[in-house]
Design a protein around this ligand. Structure first.
Ligand code: ZN
Length: 316
């Protein structure tokens, strides 16, 4: 009898342990449902053919994302779908780019309509609805050069550069030496950068899920430090800045989190080309920003090789 009771106790303990174990695993990245992600590329005055596969690999290697890619090609004033990855409807190919967003949790733009084509009004409206209804959007580097004339897109990205942007597009946004956020409405073009250098990134929101646990300062590899960016700058949190010592002598925003309706946008100005995507400062912030945009949380750990303030860390 005693032995039977002991046996039952042992079975109960094992049962509880296995329940505990499975509930613990829920918080681990690999056990969570994958974030269905769409990268859009195909027109950009940057090396999108090189960077998209690297962005995709960074996302998928984390264990947290499944990634599809739609590549667009300009056709007169519109964009047609040139290629799609295997999981997507092959009937899209050859037709004008039309709404596909709802099947994804997250859209990443590596797209800058540099050749001057436009998405249709229907596609724009669908994308606005998609994000404002609570989905995620990541705007990566020169994607913030795109669509100057599309007001809602500029609200999503908070600020942009080039493409003729000036004081009519919104204020310059930066942080001054006293740590105060400045919205500067003075006249001038939006978007520039000096020569590439390995600049220091300052964490301005250490309690934000994207930035929590990252060092107060960490070093990025040689990259363009975007400055003089301007736009609506509404509902925006400046997550990180870099000091533009060679140009504006301002603390220029490098990473932004934007609320757009119920949706979340992560904006990284970093990552000019494939070389910059090897920098752990880029990889760590891109992954965490993408997870936050899609879910509102970050479960991905701070990498062990996160750089300190002195030297960048490059992953070959
Ligand atoms: Zn660039």
């Amino acid at each position: 009898m005693r032995l039977q009771k002991l046996f039952i106790v042992i079975i109960c303990v094992f049962g509880m342990l296995s329940v505990l174990n499975s509930s613990t695993q829920i918080v681990l990245g690999d056990q969570l449902p994958k974030i269905k992600t769409l990268i859009i590329d195909g027109d950009n005055n940057h090396n999108w053919k090189g960077t998209t596969p690297v962005l995709r690999k960074i996302l998928e290697d984390s264990g947290r994302f499944n990634v599809d890619v739609i590549t667009l090609v300009k056709d007169e004033n519109k964009y047609n779908v040139e290629t799609v990855t295997a999981n997507l409807n092959q009937n899209l190919v050859g037709n004008e780019f039309s709404p596909v967003f709802d099947q994804f949790d997250l859209v990443v733009s590596n797209f800058n309509n540099h050749r001057g084509g436009a998405w249709s009004n229907e596609t724009r409206a669908a994308f606005e609805k998609y994000v404002s209804n609570g989905h995620g959007f990541v705007v990566y580097h020169a994607a913030d050069n795109a669509f100057r004339e599309w007001k809602e897109y500029n609200k999503m990205i908070a600020f942009g550069g080039w493409g003729g942007r000036n004081q009519t597009d919104g204020p310059y946004l930066y942080i001054n030496d006293e740590g105060k956020i400045i919205r500067d409405t003075s006249d001038g073009n939006g978007g520039s950068h000096g020569k590439q250098w390995a600049f220091l990134i300052t964490n301005r929101e250490p309690e934000h899920p994207i930035m929590k646990g990252l060092p107060k300062e960490f070093r990025h590899s040689n990259d363009e430090l975007y400055d003089k960016m301007r736009g609506p700058a509404e509902n925006v949190t400046i997550l990180a800045t870099a000091y533009a010592q060679d140009t504006t002598k301002r603390h220029e925003p490098m990473l932004l989190a934007i609320d757009y309706g119920k949706g979340r946008v992560f904006h990284t100005t970093l990552g000019h080309d494939t070389a910059q995507l090897k920098s752990v400062a880029f990889i760590a912030t891109f992954l965490r920003g993408a997870e936050w945009a899609a879910t509102g949380n970050v479960t991905l750990p701070v990498p062990n090789d996160m750089p300190d303030k002195d030297s960048p860390v490059i992953r070959e």
